[in-house]
Design a protein around this ligand. Structure first.
Ligand SMILES: Nc1ncnc2c1ncn2[C@@H]1O[C@H](COP(=O)(O)OP(=O)(O)OP(=O)(O)O)[C@@H](O)[C@H]1O
Length: 320
């Protein structure tokens, strides 16, 4: 039994609540109860149904989920290509719901870079790698000789960082799929974005090449500090990041965090993964389907507050 709070305690809670920082105040990406409804032939599809997501600056994280769960819808919104129906979405201080068309264009040029699954969507086919990477810089930079020289140096630096400097004079059709995606990452990084978004970037590649592409994202994250969000079906890729967020039915449902632990005795390092469920601000929690199935939980469950946990048990009033 918990005792009733005193008036002074209640007043203290109200003040603490008022002084608590706003949701996502220190995140680079904040999605707050994000909703996207599509209407096709008079039928409504709720692709995002109140999705909450926070991504900190400098993170490299993966988004996973079944087909149709809303991953691409979310990526298109974060990329500034689509507008949410309701809720809030902020990236690097920009409000994605209220941006004007002009702000949106600047946002796509300056704040985000993208890498898509189809290699053909990432690169212009008649330009060489170096020209592809230089293009976003030319749109943003000056025309002076020193500006041009600085751009050429930066192009080479990026191609070297991604280990495709030898492809600088080749057009996309003269490169492998993996090389094309590395150049695509260089193009996406050319404008110095705060966030790099990648939608199934390894979807068209074999697993060995996919691993190399993933290493390239990690290099970009570590060396340039760019925040990276990758949508993937590939469990092996998802296993390489510290944080994997699963989307189910248009909401974030579970999250796996991985951290390294060093054995004090042997000095061996192992990666420990732990799965968490997302608790939204209304207190809603989505239990993993395999857990509820295993205990035949349906419709109603019994809850008990224990000193350090909440027990969720099958409905014991249902004795048939
Ligand atoms: N332009 C659109 N018009 C109507 N419905 C759409 C539109 N775009 C997406 N949807 C619907 O929204 C839901 C989420 O789609 P979305 O493409 O975001 O899923 P996804 O998780 O990316 O799937 P996949 O892994 O297959 O790409 C689906 O039911 C889809 O049919």
């Amino acid at each position: 039994m918990t005792s009733h709070p005193t008036l002074a305690e209640l007043a203290g809670r109200v003040t603490a609540d008022r002084d608590r920082p706003a949701y996502g105040h220190d995140a680079l990406i904040t999605c707050d109860r994000l909703v996207r409804v599509f209407t096709a032939d008079g039928v409504e599809v709720q692709a995002l149904q109140g999705l909450d997501l926070l991504v900190r600056e400098g993170e490299l994280m993966a988004l996973v989920g079944a087909s149709g769960s809303g991953k691409s819808t979310l990526m298109n919104i974060l990329a500034g290509l689509d507008t949410p129906t309701a809720g809030a979405a902020r990236v690097a201080g920009r409000d994605l719901l209220t941006m004007t068309a002009k702000d949106r264009l600047a946002y796509r040029r300056e704040v985000v870079g993208f890498v898509w699954q189809q290699t053909s969507r990432n690169l212009l086919p008649y330009l060489t790698s170096a020209q592809n990477v230089a293009l976003p810089m030319r749109l943003a930079g000056g025309r002076s000789r020193s500006a041009r020289r600085a751009r050429a140096e930066r192009v080479l630096e990026l191609l070297e960082l991604l280990e495709v400097a030898d492809c600088r004079d080749r057009q996309p059709h003269q490169m492998s799929g993996g090389q094309q995606q590395r150049v695509a990452i260089a193009v996406a990084l050319a404008g110095g974005p705060s966030v790099l978004l990648a939608d199934e970037p390894t979807g068209e590649l074999d697993s060995h090449t996919a691993e190399q592409i993933f290493a390239a994202f990690r290099t970009a994250n570590e060396r340039l500090g760019t925040t990276i969000v990758i949508v993937t079906h590939d469990q092996a890729v998802a296993g390489e990041v510290r944080r994997t967020v699963a989307i189910r039915d248009g909401r974030t449902s579970t999250e796996v965090l991985r951290r390294s632990e060093v054995d004090a005795a042997t000095g061996d390092e192992t990666v420990v993964a732990r799965e968490y469920a997302m608790l939204d601000r209304a207190g809603r929690l989505q239990l993993p389907a395999e857990y509820t199935r295993a205990l035949d939980m349906r419709d109603r469950v019994a809850l008990e507050l224990e000193p350090d946990h909440i027990a969720v048990r099958p409905d014991d009033s249902r004795r048939d």
